[in-house]
Design a protein around this ligand. Structure first.
Ligand code: ZN
Ligand code: ZN
Length: 360
């Protein structure tokens, strides 16, 4: 992993959190948080971090990789089960109160720890918010992932035509992104045409695209573990008056989001402001999801811009999406989404594909 990531700064923030939670150590089991704190990119490792120790526990498949990707961690190999080793390590540490990720650990794992370590107190903590504000190196990776997605979108347009199946568009798009350097699709690519464009998460099927249909394409690339997320909706042929009306309403809401998203505003108020815009136009009830979400090592992460957002205040260098949509059953839908960088002033889009209605 790119060594320009500021791991010492990240660990310093983690130690502040250990102090604030009044625990002796954290057991970190969410892979995005493991990667964020240690640099390890494999998909099976746990971090155990206390005042005077930092351990990465993994199995034989990943030792070589962990040696290459991490610094400042003692590598511990488990051969008879991860949680058995975790229990051993907790005993060695002498820690009496340990923070763990309650939204990630399974009930079975938690029960096992409590049974094996009856004198240790476990406290559920939330660590995802540590990753909300991005450093310069992270922003550079996401910028690159956005550029790959933009370049791929330009190329996929000539491929979208009547009789082509949604799944073929998704395959071609993912192939183009890989050729441009993407490690993997950021998530299962959404290609939703015609009536299926009313499904906000309509992943590509073998449905053939027909003339006159709206096609919503929601996709992203991955670069050095960091994601991009973009949606564009195009029309195959000339758009009807109703299709154009919906498109323009969503575009207006999306551009309004870009105007108002700024540091200091909260996730709920931003969602409500853009939602009001669609409600005033009579389409609020068709906007069935949140305005946006954080993007980073996970495709959906904190902060959320939604009715249930816990983010009271955005900070500069958060990266979020702005993605209003209208979905009308048996008619179709439109979503327009950019990945954007929050600043003290106006947010800066990191995805730049055209947003005026494209009629293919
Ligand atoms: Zn998306
Ligand atoms: Zn999104």
């Amino acid at each position: 992993m790119n060594t320009s990531f500021n791991f010492s700064g990240r660990l310093a923030n983690l130690y502040d959190k250990i102090a604030a939670e009044e625990v002796d150590a954290f057991l970190i089991t969410k892979q995005a948080n493991v990667t964020y704190l240690s640099g390890f990119r494999g998909d099976s490792a746990v971090l155990f971090i206390g005042k005077n120790f930092r351990k990465l526990i993994t199995d034989g498949r990943y030792i070589e990789q962990a040696l290459n990707e991490t610094k400042n961690f003692t590598l511990v190999e488990h051969t008879e089960g991860l949680y058995k080793k975790i229990v051993e390590e907790i005993k060695i540490s002498g820690c009496k109160k340990i923070g763990f990720e309650g939204l990630v650990m399974t009930v079975a794992e938690h029960s096992y720890l409590k049974k094996e370590l009856p004198n240790v107190e476990f406290k559920s903590v939330e660590l995802d918010t540590l990753r909300q504000v991005k450093d310069a190196a992270e922003i550079a990776q996401i910028r690159r992932a956005c550029k790959i997605a933009d370049d791929a979108f330009e190329k996929i347009l000539e491929f979208i035509k009547p009789d082509v199946r949604e799944i073929e568009v998704a395959a071609e798009l993912e192939y183009i992104m890989r050729r441009l350097g993407s490690e993997a699709a950021a998530f299962t690519t959404i290609v939703a045409s015609g009536w299926r464009s009313a499904l906000p998460h309509g992943t590509a099927t073998d449905k053939k695209i027909c003339a006159g249909e709206l096609v919503t394409i929601d996709f992203g690339a991955t670069f050095n573990g960091y994601h991009s997320d973009i949606t564009r909706t195009v029309c195959v042929g000339k758009a009807s008056a109703e299709q154009r009306k919906i498109y323009n309403l969503v575009l207006d809401a999306q551009l309004y989001g870009l105007e108002i998203i700024t540091a200091g505003k909260g996730g709920k108020e931003l969602d409500a402001a853009v939602r009001d815009r669609l409600t005033n136009a009579g389409y609020g009830r068709f906007f069935v999801h949140g305005l946006g979400h954080g993007v980073g090592l996970e495709i959906h992460e904190e902060p959320r811009l939604s009715k249930r957002s816990k983010c009271e205040k955005l900070f500069p260098n958060m990266i979020v999406t702005d993605e209003p949509g209208i979905y009308i059953a048996n008619f179709g839908g439109v979503r327009i989404e950019d990945t954007i960088l929050v600043t003290a002033g106006k947010a800066k889009p990191l995805t730049h594909s055209p947003k005026t209605l494209i009629e293919l």
